[in-house]
Design a protein around this ligand. Structure first.
Ligand SMILES: [Zn+2]
Length: 284
C-alpha cells in the first residue's frame, strides 16, 4: 500500500513517527505552514520556520524513506496579528522554491476582516505562481466558514481544481463537491471525523477529488490515520484501487499541479549543513 499524507505537521512529530509511517506505507508527506501554538512576534520567526520546512524537515524525512514537500503561507490565525503582516512581503521569495508545492494553509479562523484580506492576497499569489492552494476551514461555525471560503475562491478567480478545501465533514462536503474544488478530510483520534464516518462519506460522495489526511500536529492526533482509513475502506467493501485513488493518486494529482513533485529523483539523506540526526552504528 502506498500513501501520500496531504496534510501533516511533521515539525511537531518525532522520528519514531516517521519510522512507523514509512512501515505503514506512507511515502510522501505534505507539511503546510501553520500556527505553532506560541504566537510568533516577528517575521524572522516565520523565515526560520519556512527554511526549516524546506531544509531540515525534508532531510529528516528522507532518512526514513519519506519524501517531504511543503505548502507555505501566513496562516489564518496569525493573519490577525499586525506583527506578522510582513510575512506577505517575504512569501513570494519562498513560493519560487522547488520544495513548495502549494500555498497554504490559508482561509478563515475567526472570519475577521484581516483574515479576509490576507486570504485574498494569498490566493492572488497562488495565481501568480501557478500553485494550488490548501484552504483551512474554521472549526467554529464551519458551515459559514466553508461557504465563505468557496465564495472567495470564486471571486478571486482561482480555478476550482486548484483549491483543496480541508477539514470537511458531513455538513460541508456537498457544497464543496458541487463547487468543483477538491475535498479534504482530516481524521482525528476522538473528535471530528473518524474512520467509519470517512468510509460512509466515501460511499455517499465517491472517491473522485477526495483526499484524506491525518493533520497530525502538536495536539492529540495520530500520524497513522491515513493507513487506518485505508484499512477501514477495505473492510467496508472498497477495493485496493479505490484506496490507491484516495490515499495516493488524488493527492499526487492535486499537488502535481505545481509541476514540482519530482518522484523520479532518488530520496537523498546525506547530511544537512554538516548536521546529522544519524547516531551510533547507523551508517549512511
Ligand atoms: Zn494543519
Amino acid at each position: 500500500m502506498r500513501i501520500f499524507d496531504p496534510h501533516i505537521h511533521m515539525t511537531s512529530r518525532t522520528t519514531d513517527d516517521y519510522e512507523r509511517m514509512r512501515q505503514a506505507g506512507v511515502r510522501i508527506v505534505l507539511e503546510p505552514a501553520f500556527w505553532l501554538g506560541q504566537p510568533r512576534t516577528s517575521v524572522g520567526s516565520f523565515e526560520d520556520y519556512f527554511d526549516s520546512l524546506l531544509g531540515w524537515e525534508p532531510y529528516r524525512a528522507a532518512q526514513y524513506g519519506v519524501r517531504h514537500y511543503c505548502a507555505l503561507a501566513l496562516n489564518p490565525k496569525e493573519a490577525n496579528d499586525p506583527r506578522c503582516r510582513g510575512v506577505l512581503d517575504v512569501l513570494p521569495r519562498y513560493l519560487a522554491k522547488d520544495g513548495v508545492v502549494a500555498v497554504g494553509e490559508v482561509g478563515y479562523d475567526s472570519m475577521t476582516e484581516e483574515e479576509d484580506e490576507i486570504f485574498r492576497l494569498q490566493l492572488g499569489m497562488a495565481r501568480t505562481w501557478g500553485l494550488p492552494v490548501l484552504v483551512h476551514t474554521p472549526h467554529r461555525d464551519k458551515l459559514t466558514g466553508t461557504r465563505r471560503s468557496l465564495d472567495v475562491v470564486r471571486s478571486e478567480g482561482l480555478p476550482p481544481e486548484r483549491a483543496l478545501i480541508d477539514h470537511l465533514n458531513e455538513l460541508t462536503v456537498a457544497m464543496v463537491k458541487e463547487s468543483g474544488c477538491w475535498m479534504g478530510f482530516s481524521v482525528y483520534p476522538d473528535t471530528k471525523m473518524d474512520e467509519s464516518r470517512m468510509v460512509a462519506i466515501l460511499r455517499t460522495y465517491g472517491t473522485e477529488r477526495v483526499l484524506v489526511n491525518s493533520a497530525a500536529d502538536w495536539g492529540r492526533s495520530d500520524p497513522l490515520k491515513t493507513r487506518k482509513v485505508a484499512e477501514a475502506m477495505l473492510a467496508g467493501g472498497f477495493d485496493e484501487d479505490d484506496v490507491d485513488t484516495v490515499l495516493w493518486r488524488n493527492p499526487l494529482s492535486f499537488y502535481g499541479q505545481s509541476g514540482r513533485l519530482r518522484l523520479d529523483e532518488p530520496i537523498t539523506a546525506d547530511s544537512f549543513e554538516g548536521n546529522s540526526v544519524q547516531r551510533g552504528e547507523r551508517v549512511a
